[in-house]
Design a binder for this molecule. Structure first.
Ligand code: GDP
Ligand code: MG
Length: 176
């Protein structure tokens, strides 16, 4: 059956300041925002065409204030795919990725087929890098989750993340 458009949503989660908004806005609007308001939470939409199939992807850029855990649970419940973001320049931000990963599996009832990608940001800040490729590679291998190193500033590998997510969606959600 051919369709004009598929619709999927992904939720972007991670600690504050890691670059969730910069990554999202780079993908959706192809610009780099130096000073994006850290409190803004917004859903964006972009159409992606892969092998002649058009997908309208909603990307929810969260601004996770810890006290709103109920809201976060709601996002996770309704999310079909997840981008878990940490900064390559901030080792501590990896812990939140692990927390979120476990939270997602818990809220999704242990369903490990949920598309989840881990994204390290700020790849351009080479001299500030704190997380080695070996460290993160062994973690994601243990987790069984795809991993990308990106720079929203330089536009490195940002669209790969979302394009590859879109490619995974139909297998997981064949009826959408
Ligand atoms: P959020 O709180 O996770 O949404 O983080 P933001 O997207 O607002 O980014 C936090 C800060 O990191 C801002 O000053 C951004 O300009 C900066 N930033 C985000 N992504 C990159 C990147 O790829 N490279 C560099 N150099 N800075 C970045
Ligand atoms: Mg933000």
């Amino acid at each position: 059956m051919s369709r004009d458009m598929r619709y999927f949503n992904v939720v972007v989660l991670g600690a504050g300041g890691v670059g969730k908004s910069a990554l999202t806005v780079r993908f959706v609007q192809d610009v780099f925002l130096e000073n994006y308001d850290p409190t803004i939470e917004e859903a964006y939409r972009r159409v992606v065409e892969i092998d002649g199939v058009r997908t309208s992807l909603e990307v929810l850029d969260t601004a996770g204030a810890e006290q709103f855990t109920a809201l976060k649970e709601l996002y996770i419940k309704s999310g079909q795919g997840f981008v878990l973001v940490f900064s390559l320049t901030q080792e501590a931000s990896l812990r939140e990725v692990d927390n979120l990963r476990q939270q997602i599996y818990r809220i999704k009832g242990g369903d490990t087929s949920i598309p989840i990608f881990v994204v390290g940001t700020k790849l351009d800040l080479v001299s500030e890098r704190e997380v080695s490729r070996n460290t993160i590679q062994s973690l994601v291998a243990r987790w069984g989750i795809p991993f990308y190193e990106t720079s929203a500033k330089r536009n490195w590998h940002v669209s790969d993340v979302f394009q590859d997510l879109v490619k995974e969606m139909p297998a997981r959600y064949p009826d959408e």
